[in-house]
Write a protein that binds this ligand. Sequence first.
Ligand code: GTP
Length: 620
Amino acid sequence: MLWSARQSATITVFAMLFGLGMISILGYQVSSSYQAEVAQARTRSDNLSQILEAQMRSALREVDLVLRDLEDRLSPEEIASGDLGEARNKAVQSLLLDKLTLVRQADNILLIGPDGTMSHRALDVGKPAQSFDRAYLEQVRDDPYRERLYARMQGQQEGILLARRYETPNGVFGGLVIASVSASYFNQVLENLSLGRHGFVMLVDEHGSVITRRTADKRDPPFKPDPVILEELKSGAAPAGTTVSRQSDGATRLVSYRQIAGSPFFIIVGASSLDYLATWRSTTLYYLTGGSLLLVMALMMIYFFWRSHRLARNLQQKESRLNVSESRFRQMIETIPVALVLARLPECFITYINQQASRTFDIPQAGALSLRAADFYLNSEDFREQLQAVGQAQGIRNIEVRMRRWNGESFWASLSMSSVTVGEEITLMIGISDITERKRLEGELKRRATTDGLSGLTNRAHFMELANQELARAGRYKRQLALLMIDIDHFKRINDTYGHDVGDMAIKAVAKVLSSALRDVDVVARMGGEEFTALLPETSPDLAQAAAERVRAQIEAHRIVLGDGTVVQFTGSIGIAALRPEDQLIDDLLKRADVALYYAKQHGRNQATVYDNIPADPQG
Ligand SMILES: Nc1nc2c(ncn2[C@@H]2O[C@H](COP(=O)(O)OP(=O)(O)OP(=O)(O)O)[C@@H](O)[C@H]2O)c(=O)[nH]1
C-alpha cells in the first residue's frame, strides 16, 4: 500500500506523539512512584520514631512509678543515711531490690541523701556513687516544682538517670530516689528494628549528645543531630515529630526527630534513599529499559515505515516510467510498418500480433491469439525448418517465404525470426514484410529484361542464356536438340505496302503461331526484326522438320484483315539445325540454322530447310 505524503506525515506525527506520550507516561510514572516512595519512607521513619518514643516513654514512666512508690515507702532517714544499722540497711536494700525487679529496664536503684551522698542502692555493682553532682543537687533542692528529673549517666556506663525529688513530710528537700537505665536496655529495644542497610536510630539528649545509637552499617559516619531542630522541638516551635531530608554522600537522608514526652531525650530515626529508593530504582530501571525498548521500537517502526514508503515511492516512480516507456514501446510496436507476431515456445501459440500483422494476415488482433504461428504459413513445413534454424543459430534474417492470409490467399513475405527468453518463458519473435508487390515488380522487371516488348516472346539475350543451358543439358544427357530459325518473307514489302503498324501485326501473328504450334517446353524467341527462333529440346531433325512445317503452314494460313477490308497474308521461311556432339555454343546451331534459312529463302521462300539436308553443292 502506498501512502500519500500527507498520510505519511500524519502517521509519522502520530508515531512521534505516541513516543512522546509514552515518554510522558513513563516520566509521570517514575516521578509519582518516586514521590510515593519518599512519602512512604517519611511515614515509615515517622511511625518508627513514634513507636520508639511511646515505648521509651512508657518504660521511663514505669520506672518513675516505681520510684514514686519508693518515695511513699521510705522515711526521710532511710534516704538521708546509709548508716541505719545492718538490719535496717538490709531491709531498705531489699525493698530497693524488690522494686528493681519490677522494672527490667532499670539496672539499679539508688537513694541520695540531701547532702548528695548515696545512702543505699539495690545492687552493689559498679563504682558506688559516693556523692552526687553538687550543682545539680542544689538546683533540684531549690526547685520544689521539679519532682521528676533526668540526667545522663556519668562515667563509663552510658544511660539515663531518672530521679525523683524527695520531700520530707514537712516539705523540706530530703534527697533523691534514682533509677539508672543503662544504654543496654535501649539497645535491646533498638536491636530488632529493621533499618535498612544505611538507616540508623539514636537516642540523644537535649544537647544532641548520643546516649545510644544503632546503625545497620557500622562504617557509616555518625549522624550529627541538628541542634536547631532539637531546640524547636523542646520549645514546641516544631511539631512533636519532625522529619527533614538532608543530602550526604550522594544520597538523601530522611531524618525524623521526636522528643520522648516529659523527658529531655530525643529519638532520631534516619532512613537513607539508598534503601528506601532501592526498589524504586530497580523498578524504574525496568520501566526505563522497557520504555526505551518501546521507544527504540517506535523509532525503528518510523524508520522502517519511511524506508518502505520511500522504496514504494521509488518503485512507483520506476513503474510509471516503465509504464510510459512500455506504452511508448507498445505504441511503436503497434505502429511500425512491419508485421510482428509473438508466439510462446514450445507450443508456438500466438501471444501477440501488432496492427500491421493484423492487416497483413487480415485477421483481428484478438482473433490471432487462438492460432499457432504455423497457421500463417502456406506450407507449415517452412515454419518447422525456420524454427529449427532459429534453434541452431541466433536467428534468421530476411528469408523469403510463402505465407497465407486468414482468407486463404497466399502471398510472398520476407521474414526474420529470433527467440528471446524472459524469465522462464521463451518467446518467438517473427517480423514479416509483405513483399508481394516487390515480387511482382521484380517479376515485371525480369519479364521486361527477358521478353520482347512487341511479340511478348523471350528476347534474344535471354534466349541465348536459356538456349546455352538447354545445350549443356542435352550435351550432358546425350539428348537431341533442334533449332528453328523463322523469318517472315518479304517483310520489308509489307511494311512498305501497308505501313509499319501492319508489319508489327505480322510479327505478333507469327509469335502467336509459334507459341500455339510448338510445345510449352520449346523456347521461342524473337531475335530481332522479323526473325524468330525456336529451340526444341529432345527433338530429332525429322520431328523438328514436322514442327517447322506446322509453323510454316499456320503462318501461310494466317490472314490480317485491315480496317478497310484489305486482307494481308504472308509467308515465312524456316531453317532447321540439329545438335551435333561437337557443338560447344548455341551460336554453332544458330549459324547452321541461318545457313538453312538462307537456303530456304534462296529456293523460293515459304519452306522449311533442314541444314543436314542441304546438298553439298548449293547451286545444284
Ligand atoms: N514493321 C516493322 N518492321 C520492321 C521491324 N524490324 C525490322 N523491320 C523491317 O523489316 C524489314 C526487313 O527487311 P529485309 O531484311 O530487307 O528482308 P525482307 O524484306 O523480309 O526480305 P526477305 O527476308 O529476303 O524475304 C526492314 O524494312 C525493316 O525496316 C519491326 O519491328 N516492325
